[in-house]
Write a new protein. Structure first.
Length: 322
């Protein structure tokens, strides 16, 4: 009687996906953005990414091995994904010791404190990023200039969002520059087209659905359109401002790779849409009227806190109930 069998009620859904395969797909989806970022900022990108991934894996292993003393799950790839996403939220010139601190906060505080993968209420990479932004604002907002040359010289080292925040026009960079990454910024802010390729791959692999990413970006675009319309300027601004806010900053990275995190997003499609609308609105409120030019990280963490409430009132249908 020592080995009791646990029988769960029907239906029994089977799938070929596992945690390791899902994490592997996320890593593959991030590779195009990693390549573009390396071309834009040089070999420093690989230094930051390698250090972040290695630190996250090491911290998770050490915590499980010596503190939690449970089964080791570090080989499921989730720590690698956390390390990649944390690195994508950092400048290429960030000091190595700040990367280590961010990795420790992401893994030890935001993930393992709550019991590990699937139990964390907040996205670990974003917790690490926001902590570093508060603790080391100068290093986190000092961005290198791209090595590729081009229209980025108009920004004088500021990110496009920061430039617009300080009065520059939303067309300070064309859509081509925003898509191809010809601008200063964090590693994951400079490769919109590469991130979109990763989005298509994750959809094809059925790792995520389109509802949350598309709703986040559509909400941001609609918010920007209404603001442009209410400004009375009209004309090209009506499409330039929405396009700019969707392509600039961490909008696509956050909407595709962070807002869709299984552990920190709602269970239902309808709940996911509510969650995504909240992210889009909060992001635009911070971008347009907050003190900080980017708001995606804060918006996702705020809505992560609302997920239990959303799940409580927007529940999935019971099997067999019409």
């Amino acid at each position: 009687m020592a080995n009791k069998l646990i029988v769960a009620p029907a239906p029994h859904v089977q799938t070929t996906q596992s945690t390791a395969s899902i994490m592997r797909d996320v890593v593959i989806a991030l590779i195009p953005a990693l390549v573009v970022s390396t071309v834009v900022f040089g070999a420093n990108v690989l230094r930051v990414v390698a250090l972040s991934v290695a630190a996250c894996v090491a911290f998770e292993y050490l915590i499980q091995r010596f503190l939690v003393r449970g089964p080791l799950t570090v080989n499921n790839g989730s720590a690698v994904v956390t390390g990649l996403l944390l690195a994508f939220n950092l400048p290429a010139t960030i000091p190595w010791w700040i990367v280590l601190i961010g990795a420790f906060v992401a893994i030890a505080v935001a993930k393992m404190t709550f019991g590990g993968l699937g139990k964390n209420p907040f996205n670990p990479a974003l917790v690490g990023r926001v902590f570093l932004l508060v603790a080391y604002p100068v290093q986190m907002t000092t961005f290198p200039m791209p090595v590729t040359g081009g229209a980025f010289d108009a920004l004088s080292g500021a990110t496009p969002l920061a430039a617009v925040k300080h009065g520059a026009a939303a067309d300070v960079l064309g859509a081509q520059d925003l898509l191809l990454g010809n601008m200063p910024g964090s590693l994951g802010e400079v490769a919109a087209v590469a991130l979109l390729c990763g989005f298509v791959y994750l959809l094809w692999r059925r790792v995520i659905t389109w509802h949350i990413p598309v709703t986040v970006l559509a909400t941001m675009a609609l918010f920007a359109f209404v603001c442009a319309l209410s400004s009375g300027e009209g004309g090209a601004l009506l499409w330039q401002l929405p396009l700019f806010h969707v392509l600039a900053g961490g909008a696509i990275l956050g909407a595709v790779f962070m807002a869709t995190d299984y552990s920190t997003s709602p269970m239902t499609v309808r709940g996911g849409v509510i969650f995504a609308v909240g992210i889009g609105v909060i992001t635009m409120l911070i971008r347009l009227w907050g003190a900080y030019p980017e708001g995606m990280s804060f918006a996702i963490l705020i809505m992560n806190a609302c997920v239990p409430l959303i799940n409580k009132y927007v529940k999935p249908k019971r099997f067999g109930v019409k």
